[in-house]
Design a binder for this molecule. Structure first.
Ligand code: B12
Length: 211
């Protein structure tokens, strides 16, 4: 299985063939993290690039997302192998105006695998909803995801809203998503950033002084 094959299947919306390819790769004994990071996520990046170049359009991006989600369902139990439960509570969501959730879902899965209790509050989440969820679930960490340069600035508003809320003193805020980086995270006042779901688990533990 290689990235080009996956891009071709994904952009044609071939769900059954895509999942078959992933299953065969697992059955051959290929490393699950390699399948995820070196093939599937790379394929999604290339699909994004093709969209930017104008060689594919929104429908292809939409069917690709459907294929990716089906493949992740197969990988999920293998990624989420559990590494000792801290039981610390995380609230995670994608910020207002942004509907991308594949990366957020992966981060949630990996955090669960890392022993956290995760409340995924979905996509298009306003400041008020983050604050409400953080209070309701007594969260130690709140995670914000943004995939659009147009929704990144909203993360700052969420951070300010959370800090000003009654639970503000007690929570750590972690941000991520393809256009986000360490510098930006620091600039908007986040406690932490991670470039991918695996690193997100390490960062979450570090923020709470676990390990
Ligand atoms: C799939 C996809 C879609 C799907 C989303 C389906 C879904 N359910 O999520 C659909 C078709 C709906 C879509 C819509 C749009 N999209 Co889109 N999309 C993508 C694409 C191809 C892949 C994203 C993805 O799933 N990647 C795979 C996952 C696993 O990676 P990830 O999200 O980056 O997450 C990883 C890390 O970033 C990190 N992470 C993510 N969140 C968090 C959170 C925390 C706390 C931490 C620590 C880490 C972390 O960990 C993850 C796992 O390793 C990207 C291309 C790209 N390069 O990102 C474009 C892309 C993001 N989309 C883009 C655009 C423009 C759009 C639209 C505006 C298109 C349109 N004209 O309508 C709409 C916007 C809709 C909206 N309001 O949100 C642009 C954004 C450009 C920009 N400058 O902002 C991109 C970059 C494509 C491009 N190159 O032009 N899209």
């Amino acid at each position: 299985m290689n990235t080009e094959q996956v891009v071709a299947l994904f952009t044609k919306g071939k769900v059954a063939e895509s999942t078959k390819l992933v299953q065969e790769s697992i059955d051959r004994g290929d490393d699950v993290e390699l399948i995820l990071n070196q093939v599937l996520i790379k394929a999604m990046e290339q699909i994004g690039d093709k969209f930017s170049e104008g060689t594919i359009f929104l429908p292809e991006m939409m069917v690709s997302a459907r294929c990716m989600q089906a493949c992740l369902l197969i990988l999920k139990p293998l990624l989420n192998s559990g590494a000792g439960s801290s039981g610390e509570i995380v609230v995670i969501g994608t910020v207002k105006g942004d509907l991308h959730d594949i990366g957020k879902n992966l981060v949630a899965t990996m955090l669960e695998g890392g022993g956290f209790r995760v409340f995924d509050i979905g996509i298009d989440i306003s400041v008020d909803k983050y604050v409400q969820a953080a209070q309701e679930h007594n969260a130690r960490i709140v995670c914000l995801s943004s995939l659009l340069t147009s929704t990144m600035p909203y993360m700052r508003q969420v951070i300010e809203g959370l800090r000003a809320s009654p639970v503000g003193g007690n929570i750590k805020i972690m941000v991520g998503g393809a256009p986000v980086n360490e510098d930006y995270a620091r600039k908007i006042g986040a406690d932490g950033f991670a470039p991918d779901a695996g690193m997100a688990v390490k960062k979450a533990k570090e923020l709470l002084g676990l390990n």
